[in-house]
Ligand binder design. Structure first.
Ligand code: PPY
Length: 349
């Protein structure tokens, strides 16, 4: 059964590429979620990704307690296609047209493969875009806030496991040194954490050297002997196999869609490994963007909302323990409760 309110798929008029906009739910408010510009084997794979990512955005907002719905846009690039500036602009205009045709049901933002400058191009066509550069009135790069939000989630887990929210002296393996992963690794290093890192791009080893981190290959890092593994790259890193190989006590990171299949959350729980759902740990970016651009709160208030991810994770871990559930079950029940409260007509039981 299609779980989504609407999914639009076009062949871009200019780019001739598949442009997919998935609006999962507007029960809590107009949908928001980033634009992913990424390579896929075919448009169907991009379509499937858009469905999963947009549903995760609904949960992300519901658990964060924000009145927004879940959506996502994906442009499925053929494998190996390089984008020059003209083609990139064509794609962004095609996406902007698709967003404009939804009349505010969906607003986009940055995601894997897109940046605030790309949001500026979309903003030439439609106002339904977050994170344009500050000089254009947007809140700019959301990745530092995503990193801060993940740090907040890590503090809650650290308190649960080790009795302290400080990550000093703790060993962590950060998978992926993109904007969020590298920012988070810097925050962790500044706090005195012992880091093991990796990236699919061997050039990123220079970031690792700068942080005094140990570099491991992407294949080896999941089984590293560390306290906490931090997925900060593309999704589906947690499979039945990798879950069996883990040697850490928790997995907490900003990558979206970390589980290859939902049952991996149960496997982790059976192995006594805490997994904080990705849509909880990664919410800092959207929390900041929506708070400052839609709700017009001060930067301080927006940061406080991002830091509150620590309390959210605390509460989820508590609930999960009390009910003998996984944190994933506790989070999805919380999301479900908030969504059904929103759609129930006033006065009905
Ligand atoms: C996500 O959190 O996964 C996003 O989609 C990023 C984002 C950031 C800001 C506004 C909308 C989406």
């Amino acid at each position: 059964m299609l779980d989504h309110e609407q999914v639009a798929i076009h062949t871009g008029r200019r780019s001739r590429l598949p442009v997919i906009v998935a609006v999962h739910s507007t029960a809590l408010g107009p949908a928001a979620g980033g634009l992913r510009l990424w390579h896929y084997p075919d448009w169907r794979a991009g379509f499937t990704d858009a469905l999963r990512l947009s549903a995760a955005m609904t949960s992300k907002f519901a658990v964060a307690g924000l009145p927004s719905g879940g959506g996502k846009a994906v442009v499925a690039l053929p494998e190996g296609m390089e984008l020059d500036a003209d083609r990139r602009r064509d794609i962004l205009r095609d996406v902007a047209d698709a967003i404009a045709s939804l009349s505010g049901a969906y607003a986009t933002g940055p995601d894997v493969g897109t940046s605030p400058d790309d949001m500026a191009v979309i903003g030439e066509t439609t106002p339904h875009v977050f994170c344009r550069p500050a000089h254009l009135g947007g809140s700019g790069d959301s990745s530092p806030h995503t990193a801060q939000g993940t740090l907040a989630a890590l503090r809650a887990v650290s308190r649960r496991l080790y009795g302290t929210s400080s990550l000093g002296g703790r060993s962590l393996a950060v998978i992926g040194l993109g904007r969020v992963g590298a920012g988070l690794a810097r925050l962790l290093a500044a706090e005195g954490a012992v880091l093991t890192v990796t990236d699919i791009d061997p050039d990123e080893q220079k970031i690792s050297d700068g942080l005094g981190a140990v570099w491991r290959s992407p294949d080896e890092i999941l089984a590293a002997d560390v306290d906490i593994v931090v997925p900060a790259a593309l999704g589906s890193v947690l499979t039945r196999q990798t879950a069996a190989d883990l040697r850490c006590r928790a997995v907490v990171g900003p990558a979206n869609n970390q589980l290859a299949t939902p049952d991996v959350a149960d496997l982790l729980h059976q192995r006594d490994i805490i997994w904080v759902p990705d849509y909880v740990a990664s919410a800092g970016g959207v929390i900041d963007a929506v708070s400052t651009e839609l709700h017009r709160v001060s930067a301080d208030e927006a940061r406080a909302r991002v830091r509150a991810i620590e309390d959210t994770v605390d509460a989820l871990l508590d609930t999960a323990q009390r009910h003998g559930q996984t944190p994933a079950q506790a989070a999805s029940e919380l999301a479900r409760r908030r969504l059904s409260a929103a759609v129930r007509p006033t006065g009905s039981p």
